[in-house]
Design a binder for this molecule. Sequence first.
Ligand SMILES: Cc1ncc(COP(=O)(O)O)c(C=O)c1O
Length: 485
Amino acid sequence: MGSQVRGVQLARLLGQWHALPGRRRSPDYAALAGAVRGLLADGRLPLGVRLPAERDLAEALRISRTTVTAAYRELRDSGHLASRRGAGSWTMLPGTHRVASNGLWIPLDDRDMLDLGVAALAAPPELLPAARAAAEDLPRYLGGAGYHPIGLIELREAVAQGYTDRGLPTSPDQIMVTNGTQHALDLVLRLALAPGGGVLVESPSYPNALAALSARRARITTYGLAADESGWDADLLLGTLRQVRPRVGYLIPDFQNPTGHLMPAELRERLVSTAHAVGTDLVIDESFVDLPLDGTVLPPPTASFDRHSRVVSIGGMSKPFWGGLRIGWIRASAPQVQRLAAARVGVDMASPVLDQLVAVHLLAAAPAIATARRAQLAAQRDALLGALAARLPEWRVTVPRGGVTLWAELDGPISSALARAAEEVGVRLAPGPRFGLDGTLERFLRLPFTLPAADLVEAVGRIAAVRYDLDRAGLPRWREPSVIA
Ligand SMILES: Cc1ncc(COP(=O)(O)O)c(C=O)c1O
């Protein structure tokens, strides 16, 4: 989206803005203003964007212009819109907001907020000793300039060993260290995708990956992933690849964010051979690969089926260890790594030496840390599932066998409305449409199980209260059927 959003685009983002099931209907202008605020709060509508002219939005929404005028007035009054006569209206936020860890804007007084918008764990206890040990190692590097565009050799060795241990022989020249997996994706896209190039992604998918693709002005085609355990429909996925022949495919086969699905080995193999046949490069995001639960056995890495350097794997420290480290990596062919390093100097030169040394120490302790993380995540997931079954039994969930999130199918297209209501009772949610591109997925909600079990149970209680309050606030009366003539 550029600096101006057209009426039809905003209408698409707004989706079902006035259809809150069971809720006593507020005036249309207030519902419209509330829905625009919701889009701003969850990042689907950026700040500083010029909103459509009132007439344009009224036409796109098929409502009266006075409703739009009143909604814009309310947004101006609440500090969400700045208007200049004759020039237009721009989105903004009231001064009492700040940027949250996930990059979204939130109110300042949120100390008691239970944040289910971020799917990441707090740091493990091993982090501090690893940081101390890294500081001891630092003098070895202080005699040099400190720029290592592809990363410290000891970290690249440790990461390469991790792939080799998973059955994918890898040498350190095939690894480039980055500032997190998100940075890895951005760098790979810079190299693999010209502006306007075609990309295939799953829907739902990871919102910040969608943001990276939009920033490259990618032409995005989505492929629908099932919410239930059936996951990827092989014929549909491969058929879409053959038909669209995108330049790049971005997929998360290992405990997909947000669904938690795990792609079976056979489909991985077919995916790689089809991608090669149609000239598509695959970017495989392995953010959650270290977090299988319930003893789930991992299929071979997707890149292990690659014979033609079609697959670039990206991953990092954030999910098994800590997001605050900002250490990720790319696994590609050695010549690709050299090209990525050349591209990187125009971005950030290199990753911090000290953080890489911390990563080396954590990876040395990885088996013990990962075991504890898995036990913690399984217990938290089960607490979340138990609370959902008790308080929101109409919601359908598939038990994820790994990763940190579950993807709940709600009892109506209420995800954005629920997120707005939950915010008022101190629970931050990432509504379903954040994980897609076109304002759909309103029937779904991603729920991470990264908070302590007691917080998850409390959060579900609050969500259930607002869900049922919505109903109690104004039970819809049955209307007499009207005659259509
Ligand atoms: C699928 C996926 N890719 C990338 C990232 C970003 O990870 P990092 O913190 O390593 O940049 C995340 C974080 O949630 C993720 O879920």
